[in-house]
Write a protein that binds this ligand. Structure first.
Ligand SMILES: C[S@@+](CC[C@H](N)C(=O)[O-])C[C@H]1O[C@@H](n2cnc3c(N)ncnc32)[C@H](O)[C@@H]1O
Length: 341
């Protein structure tokens, strides 16, 4: 049976009519929900053929529960069940998605954009760092303007190596590495950055650094990766030489312990130097507003003050089953030691 496409609605080949494997696979392909770009505006129309969302899950379930006995081979049956299962999990949200590799364009102060390729394995609620989140995309895109406006973060050949050190930067909770690698590519050889996360996230983070080795080599950036758990306090505190001039963090406040742990890590690893800075960007999701408030309070208790802050709006990269965009308001802030401001 042929798939009947009556634009803009797709009529699905019904299982009781015993459609061919090719027809079912073609229909399942048209039902794919793809990640939207973070940059997409909610007014941009979805580029896929529209289908009536009501009943799709029931349709997919009818395929999975059918023996598909009229199809020619076990391979074809497996392919159809796999595709139907994938479409069903896409409709359960990003957390149920399979692995994907994505390309992000990041502007630089010359007006040109560079691209970073990031692998995102499938994720569960326990390993959110396998995905790239909207606030890291927004922060990466505005990083060049923050760096341009913060001269102490751009050591030139003449100013930086006062003590023969390039700017040392640390990213906490790097996830897939978008912010840290954007910083590295923008800064080039005048800075080094250490991208860190929990043990289960670091292998993919290191893989992503390897994926972008050509860009990072071209810009002469020094990027390393490693494990850094914010809740851990080493017996011997880091020395001044081991501390960092700049700490970056995006979307890192989403559990009651995070404000305490994140500020614990900042306290240990941020240099007490005059120009030391912390740059954060966090989504203002209702459930986590108390964590943001507590984070502000704890930063102030450490002696850090906001140098500059603002809000901006992005869109989750995951559209709803009916193609809608989810707006996410994000807060960004730059902090420095208050007695030195
Ligand atoms: C929501 S993800 C954000 C990832 C990335 N910054 C982004 O915005 O795309 C939060 C990240 O914080 C990491 N994380 C959570 N708790 C942590 C801890 N105690 N120590 C270190 N990293 C942690 C997670 O593993 C995850 O990579």
């Amino acid at each position: 049976m042929a798939i009947v496409l009556i634009s803009p609605v797709l009529d699905l080949p019904q299982i009781y009519t015993k459609p061919s494997g090719t027809d079912i696979l073609r229909a399942l392909d048209l039902l794919t929900i793809k990640p939207r770009s973070f940059a997409t505006t909610p007014h941009e129309p979805a580029k896929r053929r529209s289908v009536q969302s009501a009943g799709i899950s029931r349709y997919l379930t009818s395929i999975i529960s059918s023996p598909l006995s009229w199809l020619d081979s076990d391979e074809l049956r497996e392919a159809v069940w796999d595709a139907a299962g994938a479409r069903l999990s896409e409709r359960s949200g990003r957390a149920a998605m399979r692995a994907m590799t994505r390309i992000f364009s990041i502007p630089s102060s010359t007006g040109e954009e560079f691209t970073l390729t990031l692998h995102e394995p499938s994720i569960t609620a326990d390993n959110l760092g396998m995905k790239t989140w909207v606030s890291s995309y927004l922060l990466s895109r505005r990083l060049h303007s923050i760096l341009d406006a913060t001269p102490q973060l751009i050591p030139s050949e003449s100013t930086a190596p006062k003590n023969n050190r390039t700017l040392r930067a640390l990213e906490l909770g790097s996830g897939t590495g978008l912010v840290g690698m954007s910083f590295a590519a923008l800064h080039g050889k005048t800075a080094s950055i250490h991208l860190t996360d929990l043990p289960e996230i670091v292998p993919n983070l290191a893989h992503n650094v390897a994926l972008n080795v050509e860009l990072l080599t071209r810009t002469a950036a020094t990027v390393t990766t490693g494990i850094l758990d914010w809740s851990f306090t080493p017996d011997k505190p880091p020395t001044h030489e081991e501390q960092y001039d700049l700490i970056l963090a995006a979307d890192s406040l989403y559990s009651p312990n995070h404000p305490k742990w994140l500020t614990n890590a900042i306290d240990q690893w941020l240099s007490r130097g005059l120009d030391a800075r912390v740059i954060v960007e966090m989504p203002l999701r209702d459930a986590y507003l108390p964590q943001i408030e507590e984070f502000r309070q704890r930063m102030a208790n450490l002696g850090l003050a906001v140098v500059e802050e603002g809000e901006e709006v992005g869109y989750d990269d995951w559209e709803t089953a009916d193609g809608g965009a989810v707006e996410v308001r994000c807060w960004w802030a730059i902090w420095g030691w208050s007695e030195k401001l």
